[in-house]
Write a protein that binds this ligand. Structure first.
Ligand SMILES: *Cc1c(COP(=O)(O)O)cnc(C)c1O
Length: 229
């Protein structure tokens, strides 16, 4: 029971920090959405966050996620882990968002496998804004071609960009990385795309991400406590 109380306290504290950052950095109140990252945490913890008002949850590993999605199908599920191209079908069928598209082939499979009776699958392209230090994500130089191709696929709605930059201690360095993702989004929107989503910021750097225009912050530890593997 302590656990349930902790999670609801954490939700309140975190929403307060998000609102404070919106105000401090001149963002419209309510423009930043909290995505609760529930990897390694069980259905009980997720249900406690839901009871505290959270509706959107992010999972990284398909095998781990599917039983949780089946247990709590009314929630909005976001896939935020590496997408293996032979495992796209359950993602296309059960999730509302995928934040981690980095190859056209993956997007084509998600497009073909999205059930026509469901609304389009919301897509973010993951961008490697930290260069050598991160392997995941498309290089900024390849982003425009990928984005135009993904935007043209049926069954998908390209919403924006996602990044998980290398950890930085200094607030200014955190902001600099997120500013690079924001400028990628700005240039795509100058090339006739209409993207509205920047998925960036975790427990350790979400305030810097909000300062640079995050619309979704992906937070696990500050909500659910440390992960045990
Ligand atoms: C685990 C994870 C998060 C959450 O990280 P915390 O530090 O626990 O807030 C966010 N985004 C991605 C892609 C993750 O894998």
């Amino acid at each position: 029971m302590t656990r349930v109380v902790d999670i609801s306290t954490n939700v309140t504290a975190l929403l307060g920090r998000i609102r404070a950052a919106e105000i401090r950095f001149g963002r419209k109140p309510g423009s930043v959405e909290l995505l609760a990252v529930s990897k390694t945490h069980g259905v009980d913890a997720i249900a406690a966050a839901r009871a505290a008002g959270i509706r959107a949850f992010g999972e990284n590993y398909l095998q781990e996620a599917l039983p949780k999605v089946a247990a709590l199908p009314d929630l909005q599920w976001h896939f935020i882990g590496p997408v293996q191209s032979n495992k796209t079908r359950p993602i296309a069928e059960r999730f509302a968002w995928v934040h981690t598209v980095e190859r056209l082939k993956t997007a084509q499979r998600l497009s073909a496998q999205r059930p026509p009776e469901l609304p389009p699958l919301n897509i973010c392209i993951e961008v490697n804004i930290s260069g050598e230090s991160s392997k995941a994500g498309v290089a900024p130089s390849d982003l425009a071609d990928l984005a135009q191709a993904v935007a043209a696929l049926p069954g998908l709605q390209l919403r924006g960009l996602m990044a998980l930059p290398a950890p930085e201690e200094e607030f200014a360095a955190q902001r600099a990385a997120f500013a690079r993702l924001r400028s990628c989004l700005t240039s795509l929107n100058e090339q006739s795309l209409a993207l509205d989503t920047l998925s960036m910021g975790t427990t350790d750097d979400f305030e810097a991400a909000i300062a640079e225009g995050a619309t979704i912050v992906r937070i696990g530890t500050a909500l659910f406590g440390p992960r045990q593997y």
